[in-house]
Design a protein around this ligand. Structure first.
Ligand SMILES: Nc1ncnc2c1ncn2[C@@H]1O[C@H](COP(=O)(O)OP(=O)(O)OP(=O)(O)O)[C@@H](O)[C@H]1O
Ligand SMILES: [Mg+2]
Length: 249
């Protein structure tokens, strides 16, 4: 099962969702690889991976310089990680002129053997995100409860998925989650209304908690530092839903 966290709206919780879903799938006993395809490499950083110590990254895989298993950092809080660096932006540009440029990541991941692969993407619908979408079985699109534009972002993401056409059959499923949810706020109703108008029903609601930011700073995912928090519970339910797909696939 390959799950991609995507949404062109920035700061909505893509990286937070990718990290915590990966952790919770691992806690459920699955072998998990988290792949960072964001040139800002927040996932890599927030898992405490030191870039200086790396011999290779996802950059080298996409450029075709190393085998896909080479950059993998083993057992980072129980998951394996394919880290990223800033140079990813350059690789995206270089790929743009290549034949088969949208399927490079998918081809690389195909040779790896994991129960679940979770991919974090940048906040745009460029070639790196398209590479991730082409590899995806399910796309998790976070919509922040305080960000009206994020619902529009999902509509654009859905349009991009629909256009993958022959690059990805069957097309990946789109699951919307609401993040930074605050109960009884007017804006939450606005967001719910906007999603309903798009025919989308959120599959999870992750509450707004300052502990999530603390977890970023501490380089320890909230799923580990606060296993009983409402945020972890919401992500655990999401991970269970994603894991259930494994049986069908
Ligand atoms: N449930 C939450 N409660 C409170 N803060 C949150 C929550 N989820 C995410 N955040 C915070 O919101 C900010 C953005 O989250 P995150 O980095 O996961 O979003 P992103 O979509 O990956 O952003 P980018 O577009 O920059 O990649 C971070 O500071 C994170 O700690
Ligand atoms: Mg991010």
């Amino acid at each position: 099962m390959i799950c991609v966290c995507a949404q062109q709206k920035g700061g909505v919780g893509k990286t937070t969702s990718a990290i915590n879903v990966a952790m919770l799938l691992a806690q459920a006993g699955r072998s998990v690889l988290a792949v960072d395809v964001d040139p800002q490499f927040a996932l890599t950083r927030r898992l405490g991976i030191e870039l200086g110590a790396l011999k290779a990254t996802v950059v080298d895989v996409l450029a075709g310089w190393v085998d896909p298993d080479e950059p993998i950092v083993s057992d980072v809080h129980g998951i394996d990680v394919m880290p990223a660096t800033r140079e990813l932006a350059g690789v995206e540009l270089a790929l743009a002129g290549e034949v088969g440029r949208e399927i490079v990541l998918r081809a690389a991941l195909e040779v790896l053997d994991y129960d679940a692969i979770v991919i974090d993407t940048p906040s745009n619908l460029g070639l790196l995100t398209v590479n991730a979408l082409v590899a995806a079985d399910v796309v998790v699109a976070p919509v922040a409860a305080d960000d009206e534009g994020a619902a529009q972002g999902v509509a654009e993401l859905r349009g991009t998925i629909a256009k993958l056409g022959r690059l990805r059959q069957p097309l990946p499923d789109l699951s919307v989650i609401v993040t930074k949810a605050k109960p009884r706020r007017v804006m939450s109703d606005v967001i719910d209304g906007a999603l309903a108008a798009l025919g989308l029903e959120p599959v999870a609601r992750v509450p707004d908690r300052v502990a999530v930011e603390h977890a970023d700073v501490a380089r320890t995912p909230i799923a580990l530092s606060a296993p009983d928090s409402a945020v972890t519970l919401a992500y655990r339910q999401l991970a269970e839903q994603l894991d259930a797909r494994r049986v069908i696939a």
